[in-house]
Ligand binder design. Structure first.
Ligand code: NDP
Length: 312
């Protein structure tokens, strides 16, 4: 029987994804009724979803076996209490590639001390050191999941020593991995540059605070493309002002867009980027969506299911 896939995301996404998904369903040999609205919610088997899309009440979709998010972060989806169906987050190779570009670029910016040169006044010939060699520096990743591990490998290719910390202990040929409280202290104590790629959950909120900053190396730089609530903002600003931290690149914030009067905008050691570190890419993410639906039709377990207890 023909299965119905409901696509609920902003209209421009529907226009972009519709031909790709239709083509990929055909190639996979699936006979799919792909729609972006329906009067018969009981007929829908799969939902492709962005939280910014029109569907907000999922309670009417009694026969949906999978809600496939187009977003990597699921904190907004998990706040929707009508969404009780199995939920898969987006793990998109295109998004990982973009994130690696962002992270490598900003690691290099901090490593090379670029900010001090861009802030030099005309004629100000800074008596400065040449940057140390990459292999003498350690880049730490808090979060070595789909994005963190991909970025950690990309940073390692630049010659840095790379360490990572996660909830469950990983084993990796390139990245020295840690878990647990001692593992966190270890990563904080050895990192010259720290990259935050964890989800926003009750456990990760304010992970960067006065206590954890005190455990960091003097002069550490922080790059946060993860989520704003990972950082206790007052503690970060205090660390920057005291000289403990050499700089921060912040892509995500508790309130977005970042209000015009937020101190981050004008802090000389902070670079604000407007939540552009990476995004879901059409071609690669469409393939992920179809792969998961193919698995559902074959009776195989879905990929990338969210653990609602863990919050990600
Ligand atoms: P994953 O779920 O694959 O990875 C999350 C990592 O964080 C895992 O290593 C996980 O540990 C670790 N983690 C989670 N909770 C804890 C905890 N309490 N203590 C220690 N480690 C923890 O997510 P992704 O890599 O796909 O994405 C990471 C985040 O990046 C997203 O949640 C999203 O917020 C953000 N993002 C930002 C974008 C941007 O443009 N700025 C774009 C896309 C995503 P474990 O491996 O043990 O599960």
């Amino acid at each position: 029987m023909k299965k119905t896939v409901l696509f609920t995301a902003p209209q421009e996404s529907w226009q972009a994804y519709k031909p790709y998904l239709g083509d990929l369903f055909n190639k996979a040999g699936l006979d799919i009724n792909l729609v972006n609205e329906t009067d018969e919610p009981q007929d829908v088997t799969y939902i492709v979803y962005a939280p910014s899309g029109p569907v907000q009440d999922f309670s009417v979709f009694k026969n949906v076996t999978l809600v496939q998010s187009l977003w990597a972060g699921v904190e907004t989806a998990l706040k929707n209490k009508t969404l009780t169906q199995p939920l898969a987050r987006m793990i998109d190779p295109g998004m990982s590639e973009g994130m690696a570009d962002y992270v490598v670029g900003h690691v290099m910016r901090h490593h090379l001390g670029t900010a001090s040169h861009t802030m030099a006044k005309p004629g100000e010939w800074l008596e400065h050191w040449a940057p140390p060699l990459a292999h003498t520096r350690t880049v730490g990743f808090l979060g070595v999941g789909a994005l963190g591990m991909h970025c950690a490998h990309a940073v390692a290719k630049q010659g840095f020593n790379v360490v990572g910390w996660s909830r469950s202990l990983k084993s990796d040929d390139v990245v020295t991995c840690y878990a647990g409280d001692d593992g966190l202290s270890n990563v904080l104590a050895q990192s010259d540059i720290l990259v935050l790629l964890m989800p926003d959950t009750p456990e990760t909120e304010n992970m960067i605070n006065a206590d954890t900053i005190a455990q960091m190396k003097d002069g550490v730089a922080i790059i946060n493309p993860g989520r704003g609530p990972l950082i206790e903002d007052a503690a970060l600003l205090a660390g920057l002002d005291s000289g403990k931290l050499s700089g921060a690149t912040l892509d995500v914030f508790r309130i977005e867009p970042l209000p015009a009067n937020d101190p981050y905008w004008t802090h000389p050691k902070v670079l604000v980027t407007p939540h552009i570190a990476s995004e879901t890419r059409l071609e690669t993410s469409a393939a992920v969506v179809v792969e998961n639906i193919v698995r559902g039709e074959a009776g195989l377990p879905f990929l990338h299911l969210v653990d609602r207890d863990a919050g990600y």
